[in-house]
Design a binder for this molecule. Structure first.
Ligand code: DC
Length: 226
């Protein structure tokens, strides 16, 4: 199976780029952040503080997570319920970031991610895919952009959706999450030694997608023109 790892901070465009590229290649797209989000949402629903390691770990024995692909779209199924929308609510982001710092949560999700990669040609996006989950991935990309650019993109996206949030608030939140994700003791956000850094600052999404497709062609010899 061919496995492509895409890591990077939140808001760098990983999921949109990975999704579009996966479609062109006919690969499945695995959004691993969604798995952390599902664990976070489950803990929130139980009324737990998502930084409380003991409480969060106690939830894992009752969690069954599945990823399903409907028309190429990843859906996240938590104990039989499709939570694909619930995990996108604003409170799910920080909850995911919090639970992702808990080693037992990472271990819990590790096997699921590994087996998806073993069974499918895939593009997997996350924070530690190239460093921990798929250290032997065929290609590792680290997609990044400045915090200001990422906050601006998120700002535009929320305006389009009719739920505007103050730019400064978004910027602060992005910086906080970057700090959390890159300073945790376990599997911190960082490029693998053999990752190619792709800075998407100043790019349109189309340009970023083209960049990544060109790298795939160059490094893996997979042509995606038709
Ligand atoms: O990609 P995302 O924003 O949906 O991820 C949500 C949180 O999950 C993010 O703050 C960091 C964490 N995460 C992680 O630690 N490891 C991954 N492979 C994916 C996400």
């Amino acid at each position: 199976m061919i496995n492509i790892a895409i890591d990077g901070p939140s808001g760098a465009g990983k999921s949109t780029v990975a999704k579009a590229v996966a479609k062109k290649l006919g690969f499945i797209y695995v959004d691993t952040g969604a798995l952390y989000r599902a664990i976070g949402v489950n803990a929130l629903r139980l009324g737990y503080d998502t930084t409380d390691r003991e409480k969060v770990v106690s939830t894992l024995k009752d969690v069954k997570l599945d990823l399903r692909y409907i028309n190429g779209e990843q859906r996240v199924i938590l104990n039989g319920e499709d939570v694909s929308e619930a995990i996108r609510l604003p409170e799910a982001s920080m909850a995911a970031s919090n639970v992702s710092a808990i080693p037992e949560v990472r271990q819990f999700l590790f096997d699921l991610q590994r087996s998806l990669a073993a069974e499918n040609n895939c593009i997997m996006d996350g924070r530690d895919i190239g460093t921990v989950v798929l250290p032997n991935a065929d290609l590792k990309l680290f997609l990044t952009a400045s915090p200001e650019e990422r906050a601006m993109r998120r700002h535009r996206e929320l305006i389009q959706r009719g739920t505007p949030v103050d730019y400064e608030v978004l910027l602060e939140e992005i910086k906080q999450r970057d700090y959390n994700d890159s300073h945790r003791a376990i599997a911190p956000l960082k490029p693998a030694d053999d990752a190619i850094i792709v800075d998407t600052s100043g790019n349109t999404l189309e340009e970023s997608i083209e960049n990544v497709l060109a790298l795939i062609k160059e490094k893996l010899g997979i042509d995606t023109e038709n």
